[in-house]
Design a binder for this molecule. Sequence first.
Ligand code: FAD
Length: 418
Amino acid sequence: MPNAQKLTIPADRVERLQYIKRLFPQATGSFLSDAWRGGRLEALRRLNTTDIEAYGRNRNFLNGNVSKLSPYLRHGCLTLHETADNVQQRFGRASQKFVEELAWRDYWRRVWYELGDDIFSDIEDPKVALGDRLLPDFIRQGITGLPCMDGFIRDLTLEGYVHNHARMWFAAYIVHWLKVDWREAADWFENNLLDGDKASNHLSWQWVASLNSSKPYYFNKENLARFTGEKYCVNCKVNCPFDDSYEAINEKLFAGGAAGAAKTHRINLPSKDALSTHQAVAIYVHDEMISPSHPLLRRPMAKVFVFDDFLHSKWPLKRLQFMADCINELQDVEIWAGDTREILKARGIGQIITQDTPNKQLKALLAPFNPVYQPEVKFAESEISEKRLKRFSRYWEKVGAELFGEDLIVKDKKGASS
Ligand SMILES: Cc1cc2nc3c(=O)[nH]c(=O)nc-3n(C[C@H](O)[C@H](O)[C@H](O)COP(=O)(O)OP(=O)(O)OC[C@H]3O[C@@H](n4cnc5c(N)ncnc54)[C@H](O)[C@@H]3O)c2cc1C
């Protein structure tokens, strides 16, 4: 990142994307594609054009009516609450499946608030043997020899978006077939996504690995072929490692039983030196709240957003460009690039007000500025006990009943995040 620099984000989109490319020459990966214009306006357009009824029937298919809202929800362009409210009002009971999927995001986020940085290590013992191999270069390069996996890596690195089912197949291939340590893989995966989110990502990898579920997630060729419409299998000539029955694959992958091997915990990033406090109070706009409709952005106070190395140095170019699109819709916010602490200090800001977050790195960064954290808009009012947080099904029993009524919840004891 450049040394502290105040930015003027160009209003013209082509110029804006070029500007971000020039500003962050170290940012890797491809340009943001036209299909992924950032911002609340685009988020609302997607929300209002997704066929929510069809979603309930076909969301597991690669060409199903998924919303592609995740980057917008991740950066706060829309809240989960308003998204659920919108579809419930328009589609009533037929929105249940979509709202249940939104609830996964809320669920993982609540687990992150509860467990903090522990989500970056195994949160339970694995139920099957896991490996500890490093992520091979052929994965980063997208040359696995398997057209399906190479296709998913292309989606990831070029678009920054991968369908949920493909994320599950890919993670299972990495963790169970290649026996790679899920943590390195999860970090790499998150850093390439437009919707990269520590809770949804790391906890989904743990779910695939069987660290927050009762069994591992794996699949076979029949399942992949069906939900991809044979897209990758039709011309595939390789000796397919997934072409077998579930029983045979289970035997092949997990014959060794549970590993239970303890893994080393991640080292937290060190917090930066404490600073002396100053008088001025400002709204600090962080990367989970980039929306002109956010209540804090309507306050008549100085507002600051910073592209900060500490937070964003690993983000690919397209994600920085996506954020610039979102930021372009904000009024009266100072946009900076550089070191957040230096910038706030130089601006004479001694205290900040911002939206609460489970992100401990961000909180450590802001700690010297006596932050006042405003609660996020709640997805649901239900208090969820620690015991219920252990599994989505227990959480949904309560939250689903709050949103749709006890009698409307379909008792499909779904133990999967698909
Ligand atoms: C290995 C793996 C890694 C993942 N990493 C991320 C991540 O970094 N960021 C992220 O936002 N999602 C992540 N997910 C969850 C899910 O795959 C994406 O949210 C979803 O595919 C986004 O596409 P969509 O917006 O079209 O979803 P839709 O199917 O249209 O769903 C609407 C919204 O519901 C939420 N949602 C749906 N399914 C899930 C789920 N399983 N978990 C959490 N939220 C869900 C998302 O906010 C999504 O935008 C991951 C899943 C897996 C298996």
